[in-house]
Write a protein that binds this ligand. Sequence first.
Ligand code: MN
Ligand code: MN
Length: 462
Amino acid sequence: MSDYKKIKEELFYENKNAFLRMKEEEVQKAFDFCEGYKKYLDLAKTEREATAAAVVLAEQKGFKPFSREKKYKSGDKVYFSNRGKAVAFAVFGKEKAENGVNITAAHIDSPRLDLKPNPLYEDTELAFFKTHYYGGIKKYQWPTVPLALHGVFAKKDGSVVTVSIGERPDEPQFVVNDLLPHLAREQEKRTLADGVRGEELNVLIGSRPFKDDEGSELVKLNILKFLNEKYSITETDFLSADLEMVPAAKATDIGFDRSLIGAYGQDDRVCAYSEFMAALDIKKPTKTAVAILADKEEIGSDGNTGLNSAFLAHIIHDICLCDGSDETVALRHSACLSADVSAAVDPTFADAQEKRNASYLNRGAVITKYTGHGGKYSTNDACAEFVAKIRAMLDKAGIIWQTGELGKVDGGGGGTVAKYIANLGADVVDLGVPVLSMHAPFEVTAKLDVYMCYRAMYEFMK
Ligand code: MN
Ligand code: MN
């Protein structure tokens, strides 16, 4: 190697495509890991399903519900379910909790169309659901996409009826319609943000009237008759329900070379899967490891299943009770990888990014020192010392990673759960997976990045 090349290699920050840096066997391992990930995505289209599917896998690996009555020792595995909509997996460490807990935190809610409390109506002999979109969506992306209905009806007698229609090949699906281009001259004058409005995201759910010579709303009546026969519910039961319309498409490989994954809800189930698989694989960690799958991130982490609640502090409190640790000291000494996606550079829209500080597909897990908007508002800007620790850990383990800001300084912005965990006193930095078409009904990630995210989570918690 020439002097110039040698010195340059030593001094420059450069980041090459992971395919050019990994051995063939490791690439194969990454691809194999993503087969499990795709299966999980198809089972986990809502926060409830993501929780349930993760708990099933965790129980197979010996995780049990946490109980204050039990005594725990190093290597014991427990989980804390929060109303079935968020969950944390913990593996007890060799050291006391006071020495700090290693936390990874991803979210399992994704943008979607929620049903309104009184959603069902008939117009022009067609039946529809009114929806209220959840999270930051580009509304024009959601019409003419096949949708499935997932969620629960909670009934007055205390019973809960689970609903999932539109996933199996023998099940019907649903759709939001759009205006034909031939007649869209007025609609096309609207801005993109206003192209399809919130009150226009009405889901078509049927057209066959109840057979009767008189009466009105016969299509609606027929739908309610079907729902009553299948789920024993009446229209009033919609008032106490969590019902979500999500894209019906399955997770699939993308590209001739199968290097990418396309699926709904990869923000942030990609980090959630990486993180809890890592938690399932660790044996006897030095420090207690906690992997959280949180709800409500997409709407600001508010609510009792989001991380802007006492959810995490309560878990740390419970863990501290086990070995008589002080909870405040434990939190002060804790470290956290806030595991969330970042925006990968899309060459078609490269203008949105500042290329020296953006993340790219196939360059590994992405460390985001801060998110937020404008002059670093609303963010955890991780301490340099903590970022140094993390990059030293990654390099030592041979984990491929990159740095990435969300986009251009004045281009917009976004946030993660990082700041809420930092507010508890722990050291936190964002580490996740770059994604294309974030928040769209169908998002794209790269398999090698997913695998590097898993490896980073494992290394951090082991
Ligand atoms: Mn996210
Ligand atoms: Mn998001």
